[in-house]
Design a binder for this molecule. Structure first.
Ligand SMILES: [Ca+2]
Ligand SMILES: [Ca+2]
Length: 247
């Protein structure tokens, strides 16, 4: 009798659980169930949740773009580190007085040109990150609206990664500024300024002649002062604006 009661009790519990499971199955919205399916390609490819599927594919594209930006930034950071040690080496060379001032100045000018390019690349990466951020915020909001909370959490984690990369960009920009400042101080110490092409201590007609001789070419450095790969009117105006002895 006791055994029978237990058996009956177990059956009742089992039946109730089955009923609850069936009701839950019917009541859980499709999108809510999709939140677990979205990570399982086999389930996703059934096409049962195509909106979420498409959104997730878009998310994967944004993640891929983020990885590309991260890799580009890492490569730029390596070059910034190289420029920093390069300037430190030139500072040492200046202190040792074993290297000609104009040789050091020429190297510093070339470094400035490379820093211009690095800065442009940082700008490009910052813009890419901004647009990836806009996409991620939109995907996150849509995932939440579709009750795909696990997916939305994943988007948030990716947003955190994006913000960390954006912080690195800001630090790198500060680093570039500080290297520029070190170059400026060293050039001041040497008494040669960026626009003094023949390194005679002043921006004068000799420099103007050099600039004119290089007109419309890409010298890969000064007198292409703005780094647009051609010597033109802007470079001429820059030289004229800095006319006279290097301070
Ligand atoms: Ca000069
Ligand atoms: Ca130019």
């Amino acid at each position: 009798m006791k055994t029978s009661k237990t058996k009956n009790g177990s059956r009742t519990v089992w039946t109730r659980n089955l009923a609850v499971a069936c009701v839950a199955c019917c009541l859980i919205p499709t999108a809510a169930r999709a939140q677990t399916l979205v990570h399982e390609d086999v389930e996703v490819t059934t096409g049962r949740h195509s909106d979420l599927y498409n959104l997730y594919r878009e998310f994967e594209k944004a993640q891929a773009a983020l990885r590309v930006a991260d890799a580009e930034l890492t490569s730029v950071e390596e070059r910034i580190a190289t420029e920093r040690s390069n300037v430190a080496r030139l500072e040492q060379a200046f202190r040792d007085k074993k290297t000609l001032r104009r040789v050091i100045a020429a190297e510093l000018k070339a470094a400035t040109y490379r820093l211009d390019k690095i800065e442009k690349e940082l700008d490009g990466i910052a813009k890419d990150l901004e647009s990836i951020g806009v996409t991620l915020r939109r995907i996150g909001a849509m995932a939440e609206r579709m009750n795909a909370f696990r997916f939305a959490q994943e988007v948030k984690r990716t947003m955190a990664v994006l913000e960390a990369i954006q912080n690195r960009v800001s630090q790198d920009e500060d680093n570039v500024d500080s290297i520029r400042e070190a170059i400026r101080q060293l050039l001041d110490g040497i008494g040669i300024c960026l626009w003094d092409l023949d390194a005679n201590g002043s921006v004068d007609s000799l420099d103007l002649l050099r600039l004119v001789a290089a007109w419309d070419t890409d010298p890969g450095g000064p007198p292409d002062f703005d780094g647009d790969r051609t010597v033109g009117i802007f470079d001429l105006l820059t030289l004229l604006a800095n006319w006279g002895p290097c301070a």
